[in-house]
Write a protein that binds this ligand. Structure first.
Ligand code: NJP
Length: 232
């Protein structure tokens, strides 16, 4: 068992819950964040290691400050930060309200920036790892996906800037295609769950990334179901 600490955002369901599973199996003590605290508590009971479920709303800067303070006090410095939480709203650009547009950027971009900044000193000291869960659409676009794609392009830019500014840490941009989660049901034109990646498929790539020796920086990982059309 290792005595390392990891934080996972958006662990109340979907990919985040599976990433938490992998980290717990690998011996990490976990702080899990999401708005749905009850689901985090249920997950904590199922995981093999020590787990601290904490309320976190990434669209609220005060909530991130509280989350960071609670983790620092309870668990001390962290080694791994997984910025997994993300939201999508899908429609034509002119149909978005100001609120919807801002919300996507608040959670997907600003939330990940503020979380990483809050834990940056720990991560540098412990030569830690940041995983930014972006998307295969962090380098391409599709109709009805404008703000979502733009947020993932922006997250890619943040990932790379954090990496360049902090050579002691390793930043991985994890870029999955369509995954069989709650999120995917909200994407128009999605072809159905059978052809999607399973969240476990994506989470298993984290085990590989964690096992890499420190002299190897896995910077980006793109994976899609072979049933998803290749688009670049
Ligand atoms: O989605 P879902 P996934 N503050 O909806 C949390 C990316 N991705 O697992 O707060 C804090 O099942 C929410 O928790 P709660 C995607 O962009 C996916 O598929 O309790 N947390 C829940 O735990 C995202 O970055 C696909 O509601 C907030 C989690 O986020 C990542 O994969 C394709 C929050 C979302 O779980 C995981 O998404 C792709 C907030 N304000 C990229 N709002 C795909 N599924 O097809 C939401 O390319 N959460």
């Amino acid at each position: 068992m290792n005595n390392k600490v990891a934080v996972v955002t958006g662990a109340s369901r979907g990919l985040g819950a599976h990433l938490a599973q992998v980290l717990s199996e690998e011996g990490y003590t976990l702080a899990l964040g999401a708005r749905d605290l009850e689901s985090l508590k249920s997950l904590a009971e199922e995981l093999p290691g020590k787990v601290f479920p904490l309320a976190l709303d990434l669209s609220d800067p005060g909530s991130i400050i509280n989350f960071h303070a609670a983790v620092a006090e309870t668990l001390g410095p962290i080694d791994v930060l997984i910025n997994n939480a993300g939201i999508g709203i899908f429609k034509r650009l002119e149909e978005f309200s100001d609120h919807e547009f801002r919300k996507i950027f608040a959670v997907n971009v600003q939330g990940a920036w503020q979380m990483t900044t809050a834990f940056l000193r720990d991560l540098n000291e412990r030569e830690g790892m940041v995983v930014m869960v972006s998307s295969d659409v962090s380098t391409r676009v599709f109709p009805n996906g404008g703000p979502y794609c733009a947020s993932k392009f922006a997250l890619r830019a943040l990932s790379r800037t954090f990496q360049m500014e902090n050579p002691a840490i390793r930043v991985l941009e994890l870029r999955p295609g369509a995954i069989d989660t709650y999120f995917a049901n909200s994407v128009p034109g999605a072809k159905g769950k059978d052809g999607f990646l399973k969240p476990k498929d994506v989470a298993e790539t984290l085990r590989y990334a964690l096992a890499l020796p420190k002299h190897i920086r896995l910077e980006e990982l793109v994976l899609r179901s072979s049933e998803q059309e290749p688009e670049y």
